[in-house]
Design a protein around this ligand. Sequence first.
Ligand SMILES: Nc1ncnc2c1ncn2[C@@H]1O[C@H](COP(=O)(O)OP(=O)(O)OP(=O)(O)O)[C@@H](O)[C@H]1O
Length: 295
Amino acid sequence: MTFETNTMTKDPILKVEHLSMRFGGLMAINDFSFEAARGDITALIGPNGAGKTTVFNCITGFYKPTMGMITMRQKSGDEFLLERLPDFEITKRAKVARTFQNIRMFSGMTVLENLLVAQHNKLMQASGYTVLGLLGFPTYRQAAKDSTELARHWLEKASLIDRADDPAGDLPYGAQRRLEIARAMCTGPELLCLDEPAAGLNPRESHALNELLQSIRAETGTSILLIEHDMSVVMEISDHVVVLEYGQKISDGNPDFVKNDPRVIAAYLGVEDEEVEEVIEQIVEIESEHGGTQQ
Ligand SMILES: Nc1ncnc2c1ncn2[C@@H]1O[C@H](COP(=O)(O)OP(=O)(O)OP(=O)(O)O)[C@@H](O)[C@H]1O
């Protein structure tokens, strides 16, 4: 099998090597390897049950893989083997933040408070684990001011500043998704992992999401890894797409390469293995009729 390896010459922020994850008798991920380049938006796609969330859970420490190595390399050159770190250290030390398929936030707290809670570690440290905070020490006051400024910065970016004092639970769905991303950005990640950020969004909300993600990449250089079913989002904003089917990689390349890859088309159409060749022939035929070229 040949893959277009457009990340080979780039600086990888994340390397997943020979990852396998077994649940009892089920091999959910089987010898899966890929790289995400620094500064890129990398999409992990595949049919339902392909293993995308399992890969995310291994990267972000929610699952310990059965086998394999996951290396996060920061800008500074520091490397972390994520499969060996507890999940809170993956956020704090390795600087990997994530959002979830089902929105998780404090719906009774205000939008701004949700972003302050995300900076809890930093504030606790500055408060000398409460004493300096209670006494109102300048270091704590400065840290509290910086946290509020950072929170307001990300609320502006996510077009949520007008709702800063509203309960987070009152936000429309699309705005809640942007709040989750703003909250993750308040932890200062080098790698932002998003699990189906466009799920349930209408086209206008989807467009606002695309703009937010592109501005995060352009303005902060944060690398983004996303799982997404919405192909319009994937094809519009991704630099690199990796495709999983039954826990194995079936394609890897830029969006144009992947969307024309017969294996991907066959996987999405639910075609059996023995029919793949037939689908490939049909695609080549259609392309030659239309004068198109396949990569
Ligand atoms: N904790 C678990 N225990 C047992 N099986 C699991 C567990 N988590 C995932 N699986 C199984 O692993 C396989 C891959 O699931 P996963 O949720 O990673 O797929 P996915 O590609 O994210 O699917 P979807 O697009 O539907 O969210 C599925 O067969 C699923 O049932």
